[in-house]
Design a protein. Structure first.
Length: 416
């Protein structure tokens, strides 16, 4: 038999969670067939078979965390090839339960539930135990399809779907209701690995940086006039729409060249100033925010930037981004305006030290030349920055430069 292992992912990713088995035990598999999907911190990865055969045994269930190089299944031939003794030995090793969880009182859980001893519990996968624990399901009541009696996460899910009493702890209160909530209904949803990673990184950003935010507003009249006059021509000529992001990407690159510390990161006691401009563009997906990177944005034309952003956004929403497309950005732009946000404080994307937040365009009265008041399409801009290496003067000046370039977009063409 041959072990199907978790492939090498990326330098920064060492583990993932089995999100779905595409093939089941006993299914025929051809070389190159996807057998399982792995959810990592950044992207979903398909695990493929390296040779043809039959999926003999699944070693890791859906929901289990696995590390790079770890075996997740055994692949053999339909007619029963000579088995690999080491693989067989690993597969046949009994799966034991972990030590019992600490109790608040000897032999009892809070609320008076008597906890069964480990000897009374059936053999179950970690994912099955987690599912049962979260839903208050007694594993002794779950029917196992495994000939050896091992309970899997799928067995627990089937039991929960069939049993009307599933979700209630035996002999105790309903566990689908937090303590003190009485009978009011709640829903528990397991956080995905990506959502957990987003939560961890946002918290790290707040705790590990001296983050400050400065604000300004930009008159979008000139950009909107260019788009009004040239939008159709641009699409016919370049087969892509002319959006706002290309203007802001160009403006950010121009401001980064003028204030290079915003395009840097902190390495211990040194500052690493980057002489290239890989701009991250935040994209919202069903599974959370991702930030694909537009490489060498300073060398790209308006049409090239628009095409890159459109392609990256499409792949982000379809879940087909590669790890390379998510790594190595030097500065980030996020546009909350597409959801109607008028004003917000973006959080840094470490190790980057700057992020620009765009917002909703809203018509407001503004004072123009000769003290006249006109109604103009205005947008609030927010720049969050790491105050450890960027002073307030530099941050404000950077944001003013972005404002100047957007309000006079001809400069973007002249500066290149």
């Amino acid at each position: 038999m041959m072990e199907i292992k978790v492939p090498e992912l990326a330098e920064s990713i060492t583990e993932g969670t089995i999100s779905r088995w595409v093939k089941r035990a006993g299914d025929p598999v051809r070389e190159g067939d996807v057998v399982a999907e792995l959810e990592t911190d950044k992207v979903n990865v398909e695990i493929s078979a390296e040779q043809s055969g039959v999926l003999k045994k699944i070693l890791k269930e859906e929901g289990e965390t696995v590390r790079v190089g770890e075996a997740i299944a055994l692949l053999g031939e339909a007619d029963g090839e000579a088995a690999d003794p080491e693989a067989e030995k690993k597969a046949e090793e009994p799966i034991s339960d972990p030590p019992p969880e600490p109790r608040e009182a000897e032999g009892a859980e809070p609320g008076g539930d008597v906890r069964p001893s480990p000897a009374e519990l059936p053999v179950a996968t970690p994912a099955a135990r987690k599912w049962a624990r979260e839903r208050g399901i007694d594993l002794r009541q779950v029917s196992a399809r495994d000939p050896r009696g091992r309970v899997t996460a799928e067995d627990v899910r089937d039991h929960a779907a069939e049993a009307p009493s599933a979700g209630k702890a035996p002999g105790g209160p309903e566990r689908d209701h937090p303590s003190g909530e009485g009978e009011r209904p709640v829903e528990r949803i397991r956080m995905s690995r990506r959502r957990l990673t987003i939560a961890r990184r946002l918290l790290e950003a707040k705790q590990s940086t001296a983050m400050l935010t400065t604000f300004n507003e930009v008159d979008m009249s000139a950009v909107m006039e260019i788009r009004r006059r040239r939008k159709e021509w641009f699409r016919e000529r370049h087969e892509v729409g002319l959006g706002f992001m290309s203007f802001f990407t160009k403006a950010v690159v121009g401001a980064l060249k003028a204030f290079p510390l915003l395009n840097a990161e902190i390495w211990g006691e040194e500052i690493l100033i980057k002489k290239y401009y890989d701009i991250g563009i935040a994209v919202s997906t069903d599974q959370g925010l991702v930030v694909p990177v537009v490489r060498n944005a300073d060398r790209l034309s308006f049409p090239e930037i628009e095409r890159r952003i459109a392609a990256l956004a499409e792949r982000a929403r379809s879940g087909s981004l590669t790890l390379e497309e998510l790594q190595g950005g030097t500065f980030t732009i996020t546009n909350g305006g597409v959801f109607g946000s008028l004003y917000s404080t973006p959080i840094l994307n470490p190790p980057q030290v700057g992020i620009l937040g765009m917002h909703k365009i809203q018509k407001r009265p503004v004072v123009v030349e000769d003290d006249r008041v006109e109604v103009r399409p205005m947008m609030y801009l927010a720049l969050s920055y790491d105050h450890r290496i960027i002073d307030g003067k530099e941050a404000v000046s950077f944001l003013v430069r972005v404002k100047e370039l957007v309000e006079d977009p001809e400069q973007l063409l002249l500066e290149g």
